[in-house]
Design a protein around this ligand. Structure first.
Ligand code: ZN
Length: 388
């Protein structure tokens, strides 16, 4: 199958300049702009229900085949990367509509996409919905309108495969290596014992197919997400109902805090899995390869400053908090750890060379301090990131 080469060429061709909605903030109104102006005739839009604040939740249908795939994004409102990947996917299916690739998908598959399951959370850039409920803990109880809408849609569509699309923080490395987990996947467990049945095996094989493609593009930057079983999570719940479900986690790529590189890896992974499903090629992949994907490890800080004279262990570990201000995501640095961080990695490593570090003008360094200014000796260090 020379599909990997084909998809990689498209990846090069599909220029980042063309990408829309490059901000980390993707509110409901922007989704509507896209759906009203750019949804091609190959897609049909329906309303599957309403959010707690009364916003319509949409589904987009594509294809006329008998292999049914349901995917949903942004059930956590601040996880916009996979939604952007879905908009890219929709654009891709339109731009490349006449290629053998897209025609195959259209003929063999029936795809239903819920691009934004939590429109209220997306608009406020919060993980939770308007009632401050984490929808991904509501699968069993179904107490929220968003969850009810989802399961009505799920029950009427009866998918053969589910793609559960999320974003993860910058703290994850892929295994013990010094590689950021730019993409992570999980075939969620359906029981406490983490048993493997046929549906879970299918999810694992799909992940292997995407991993094979991604390893060429971002070697060693693919991780496996923690598989502790929690029946309240959508993935675990669906897998326990025998629907193969793949969890996607869009993560950090070097300097890409806006995540416009990662979104393309998400889009490519979906394209690869769709093709494998459409062509009955799932069994070409081996679950042994799934277990070779290293486990996600909480091994990264955004910034580590080492050899700090006035820090108790000589290290300062800094993380960025994301805050929505005037329609932009602003990254606010704060001191996350003052422990010995020798075994941790950083997206940016700074050597203080045994100098004093002054945070907000003071030589007293305390955990959880929001950093407005940071001086290394007499030298001012810029920690500010571009807003997204
Ligand atoms: Zn999430």
């Amino acid at each position: 199958m020379e599909l990997n080469g084909y998809l990689k060429d498209i990846f090069e061709d599909y220029k980042i300049e063309n990408l829309q909605f490059s901000s980390r903030y993707l509110p409901y109104k922007d989704l509507n702009i896209f759906l009203e102006s750019q949804l091609s005739g190959n897609f049909t839009k329906t309303t599957i229900g309403y959010s707690e604040l009364g916003k319509p939740i949409y589904a987009l249908d594509f294809g006329k085949g008998n292999k049914k795939i349901l995917m949903w994004s942004q059930m956590h409102g601040n996880e916009s990367t996979t939604t952007k990947a879905i908009l890219d996917l929709i654009n891709f299916m339109s731009i490349y509509a006449n290629t053998a690739y897209v025609r195959t998908i259209f003929e063999k598959c029936k795809i239903r996409i819920i691009p934004m399951l939590n429109p209220d959370g997306a608009s406020s850039y919060t993980r939770f919905n308007a009632n401050e409920i984490d929808l991904n803990r509501d699968a069993l109880e179904k107490s929220q309108l968003e969850t009810k809408s989802f399961f009505e849609c799920f029950n009427s569509f009866e998918p053969d495969y589910c793609f559960n699309l999320h974003g993860q923080r910058t703290i994850f490395g892929a295994g013990a290596s010094e590689s950021s987990a730019t993409m992570s996947f999980l075939a969620p467990a359906y029981d406490e014992m983490l048993s493997i049945n046929k549906p879970r095996e299918i999810a694992m094989k799909l992940i292997v197919s995407a991993n094979e493609l991604l390893q060429d593009l971002i070697p060693n930057q693919i991780g496996r997400y923690d598989d502790a079983h929690n029946i309240n999570c959508y993935g675990d719940y669906l897998q326990s109902h025998n629907v193969p479900t793949v969890l996607f986690e869009a993560g950090h790529y070097n300097n890409d805090y806006c995540r416009n590189k990662t979104r393309r890896f998400v889009c490519l992974s979906i394209l690869k899995m769709l093709f494998v499903i459409g062509n009955d090629a799932i069994d070409k992949f081996d679950i042994k390869e799934y277990f070779k994907i290293p486990l996600n490890k909480k091994s990264f800080f955004d910034i580590i400053i080492k050899n700090v004279k006035n820090a108790k262990s000589n290290y300062i570990g800094i993380q960025y908090d994301e805050e929505l201000i005037d329609g932009n995501i602003v990254f606010k640095p704060y001191i996350k750890s003052l422990d010995d961080l020798d075994s941790f990695y950083a997206h940016r490593l700074i050597d203080a060379d045994n100098k004093f570090v002054y945070v907000n003008g003071l030589d007293f360094i305390e955990k959880n301090t929001v950093i407005n200014s940071l001086k290394l000796g007499n030298e001012e260090l810029g920690l500010k990131l571009k807003n997204c």
